[in-house]
Design a binder for this molecule. Sequence first.
Ligand code: DC
Length: 232
Amino acid sequence: MKHKTFNIAIDGPAGAGKSTIAKLAAAKLSFVYVDTGAMYRAIALYFLRSGVKPEAEEEISRRIDGAGITIRYEDGTQKVLLNGEDVSGQIRTEEVGNMASAVSVYPAVRAHLLKLQRSLAASADVIMDGRDIGTCILPDADVKIFLTASPAVRAMRRYRELTEKGIVCNLQEIEQDIIERDARDMNRETAPLKQAEDALLLDSSGMTVSQVVDAILKAARDRRAETGEDAG
Ligand code: DC
């Protein structure tokens, strides 16, 4: 009989360090890392390319099936394909991020990705990060983490990341953007960003990356001990 997969859900606001942490923890556990934000970003790119306005809910809902999203792994790294085209590099801009936050509000967009996300979790041991993984996508996840950090800390991290890439940016604008994105992600009607009741809250503001990773590995170990599964 096929053994049930072990799933770790990590939710939290933009810039809390979810992807950095999830990638490291996945490598330590030999789990697959699934970045669901990349899927929303690929959909955002699809509509940006055809000049659709973020507020055009009716048109976006009608045309969502035109955005075929698939995932591929190359050397353990997730690649997101939009109608067969690898767009992993093109989705990492602020413009795409803001459009993703806007279109992810629409129920038709969320429904479009639900099946793909659930089937990935059913087919392998995964660490999946996003906004609604513990609350909606994988309500029975073995471990749920809500990873957050203060807006000021998140803005500073993002500022450093962009500056290191040689991108000129403004710290105050980044912080303002983060606050707006949080408000939109938390206040939408469908699957808003919120901590699942059974999620472990980790505030990474004053923690190092390895402290956060260790906390997640410990939560996974504890859960396995509880359920009597072999530690992996
Ligand atoms: O994590 P990210 O910045 O790549 O996500 C981009 C946007 O996608 C984010 O502002 C909200 C949306 N999103 C979502 O609604 N649900 C998810 N599971 C992941 C992302």
